[in-house]
Design a protein around this ligand. Structure first.
Ligand code: URA
Length: 238
């Protein structure tokens, strides 16, 4: 339970600076349970708090846990170099809260991407120590073979790595399709593993992180939503 003054509540939600939030409140634009609140110093219990700003509905969230179906031609960087940032798909208020992608997907990789403003969560989800499995659907440039699957399961040597890296699981899912699961997050790992095994990854989609699967989320490419408590529980504990 936490109680905060209204100006701090608005600021914590990324609405703007404390000065701006106080002005918005004084202008009568902020309502709680339908009634305008003009005094910025009034305190409210934040849990489950709903308010509206100029008619737009808001719910208080101490931290944001977002899942996105990342589209192609989007970079996970805050300062993208060739494509727009995935952050450009989110509301400005989330960016003000310093929401960041949890790990990175390449600009041409699609699928499940988590974003959050909770540093502990970001660290836990990306920590190599947690060994959180991530599943990918790869489209190959040349037909998949049992030898390719076997090589990925047995382990392939990547440049700059001390020991061969193996997939946790790997299965052919079509003539040019492969599903593989890894529990590390090395740079371009899946593409490099497929290349080291003698093929070429022509398309990549992340279909699951831990027990969270893309096809159960009902998100079209580019769409996002907040994770439910049940969905959060399917990820690495933190
Ligand atoms: N492996 C890759 O090669 N690229 C990604 O985007 C994710 C995993």
């Amino acid at each position: 339970m936490s109680t905060l003054s209204l100006d701090k509540i608005l600021q914590s939600q990324g609405i703007g600076s404390r000065k701006y939030c106080r002005a918005v409140i004084a202008d009568g634009l902020v309502s709680i349970k339908g009634d305008p609140v003009l005094d910025w110093s009034l305190c409210f219990e934040t849990e489950e708090l709903r308010f509206s700003i100029d008619g737009r509905e808001w719910q208080f969230h101490a931290k944001l846990y977002i899942v996105m179906n990342k589209p192609e031609a989007c970079e996970c960087s805050r300062k993208p170099s060739h494509h727009r940032s995935v952050l450009s798909l989110l509301p400005e208020e989330f960016i003000n809260r310093d929401v960041q992608p949890v790990g990175r997907l390449d600009h041409d990789t699609t699928g499940l991407l988590l974003l959050s403003d909770d540093g502990k969560f970001i660290h836990a989800q990306s920590s190599p120590k947690k060994h959180l499995p991530k599943t990918y659907q790869a489209t190959l440039a040349r037909p998949c073979t049992p030898e390719l699957v076997q090589a990925l399961l047995e382990g392939v040597q990547l440049i700059d790595e001390d020991a061969p890296i193996r997939a946790l699981s790997c299965a052919q899912t079509g003539e040019l399709e492969l599903e593989l699961c890894i529990d590390q997050g090395k740079y371009h790992q899946v593409k490099r593993m497929i290349a080291a095994a003698g093929n070429h990854c022509a398309g990549l989609c992340r279909s699951a992180i831990g027990g969270l699967t893309l096809d159960t989320l009902g998100l079209a490419a580019g769409e996002w939503r907040l994770l439910t408590a049940e969905e959060l529980a399917l990820l690495a504990p933190y």
